[in-house]
Write a protein that binds this ligand. Structure first.
Ligand code: NAP
Length: 418
């Protein structure tokens, strides 16, 4: 008789049902490989009625106590949100149950404290699906790239915003139209705030950066700008300089200082990162031994996400241990400004474009300035400066003039400066 590993699903929605499907699909091959059977023995939902005709309805409960009382080896948390997920996971860890979760909100907020309890109870806590959905990224960084010092991460971590920006670029859609399409296709939530404001990407960036740099980077310390201020004119401007706008989650370590941000960036159309379109995600990182590596694929969806969850389940069953992240030193100060030389596109609204142009050349007299000759109502110039603090000082100087209404900067990065 083979040993049975008993799994409880906390949540039976998009991801939970995908996990169940993958467990059933892999039953035979898993048994052949490991002489072990994996079975879902309990499922927690909120609304029992919704699932009364489900073929697994005999396993479904709306009482967390039933999960606690059951004899389960691994609980898969795919409910989402902070509470009660946090409380449930903590109680299960305390009972000695291993945890797999796809919940980036939970890990970005409570990963540290949950790791402490997990270490104490000698149980494992895994969350590969929380960053990049189906893309294997956390374990490759933690295990395969362990011989590297990683100093730079550039990533598209939010499929919803990437989808919206792709549609604005390729089909000339407005922001609202593209958002609605994303919602209709099931990529965007009814309340898309966490995606479009960049918070979702910041949480994921904090998780992967913490592992890559072996430092504890809180998502709240990452300066975050979403895509809600972008309009069709910005997309046109990007096209004019053979670029696309991507919401990039970027972090780097230089001289022991950590820089991190989530912001819209103009990237050259020919660059690798620009080619990651629609709901796809991509993560590029640089290791001192391996050089540059790039991971791309589906960052969400039922089976892609379940694929990562299933991998974690197997990882626990085959007894591979966690390293315990909470021992990492907290990053006290995140550099809020882009610290490297780069170009910036300035979109300047002014009642007197000719006089304003004179101002610009005066303010940026020591820096390269290129005027973009478009039919745009705004004045468009590309400037190159040593870092973002210099840029901000120069923008303040421009804003001193009474003929300027607004200055909107967008960073322009090519493959080398990314
Ligand atoms: N969907 C993706 O592509 C994707 C990708 C990567 C990561 N994730 C993460 O995976 C998690 C789950 O996402 P999902 O898309 O599968 O969500 P979902 O389709 O909304 O499913 C959530 C499930 O959890 C149950 N649930 C929610 N709150 C509960 C509560 N308080 N008590 C008991 N059951 C509760 C729901 O039950 P009812 O149906 O009864 O309400 C439902 O079965 C989230 O953390 C999400 O960020 C999702």
């Amino acid at each position: 008789v083979s040993p049975i590993k008993s799994i409880a699903l906390l949540g039976y929605g998009v991801v939970g049902s995908g996990v169940l499907e993958l467990i059933n699909r892999n039953k035979k091959s898993n048994f052949e490989k490991y002489s072990e059977e994996i079975a879902v023995t309990k499922i927690l939902v909120r609304n029992l009625d919704k699932y009364k005709d489900d073929i697994h309805s005999n396993l479904i409960t709306d009482q967390f106590q039933d999960i606690l009382d059951a004899d389960v080896d691994i609980a898969v948390e795919v409910m989402g949100g902070l509470e009660p997920s946090h409380a449930y996971v903590e109680q299960l860890i305390s009972k000695g149950v291993h945890i797999v979760t796809a919940n980036k909100d939970l890990i970005a907020e409570f990963g540290d404290s949950l790791h402490k309890v997990a270490l104490d109870k000698d149980v494992q806590l895994k969350y590969e699906a929380s960053v990049g959905g189906g893309i294997p990224i956390l374990r490759p960084v933690e295990e395969c790239l362990i011989g590297n010092r990683i100093d730079n991460i550039v990533a598209i971590l939010n499929g919803t915003t990437n989808f919206i920006l792709s549609k604005m670029y390729s089909e000339n859609m407005g922001y609202n139209e593209a958002l609605k399409l994303a919602q209709d296709k099931g990529f965007a939530e009814a309340n898309p705030e966490s995606d479009v404001m960049g918070y979702d990407a910041a949480r994921k960036l904090s998780i992967i950066s913490s592992i890559a740099y072996e430092k504890n980077l809180s998502w709240k310390s990452i300066p975050t700008e979403g895509i809600t201020n972008l309009d069709e004119q910005d997309i046109e401007n990007a096209k004019y300089i053979q670029s696309k706008i991507k919401l990039l989650a970027m972090s780097s370590v230089k001289n022991n200082k950590v820089y991190a941000s989530v912001r819209p960036v103009m990237v050259k159309e020919v660059s690798q990162i620009a080619k990651i379109d629609n709901e796809f995600n991509g993560i590029r990182l640089n290791g001192d031994a391996v050089g540059e590596v790039m991971f791309t694929g589906k960052g969400a969806g039922k089976l892609p996400t379940a694929s990562a969850v299933y991998g974690d389940i197997l990882n626990i069953i085959t007894n591979r241990k966690n390293r315990y992240e909470f021992r990492r030193k907290k990053v006290e100060n995140v550099e809020p400004y882009w610290p490297y030389t780069s170009k910036w596109l300035l979109r300047i609204a002014s009642e007197d474009k000719a006089a304003m142009l004179g101002n610009i050349f005066k303010v940026f007299s020591n820096y390269p300035v290129e005027l973009m000759n478009t039919t745009s109502l705004d004045l468009l110039v590309v400037v190159e400066v040593g870092n973002e603090e210099i840029l901000n000082r120069k923008i303040d100087e421009l804003m001193d003039s009474p003929i300027v209404h607004s200055v909107k900067p967008l960073i322009c990065l090519d493959e080398e400066s990314l």
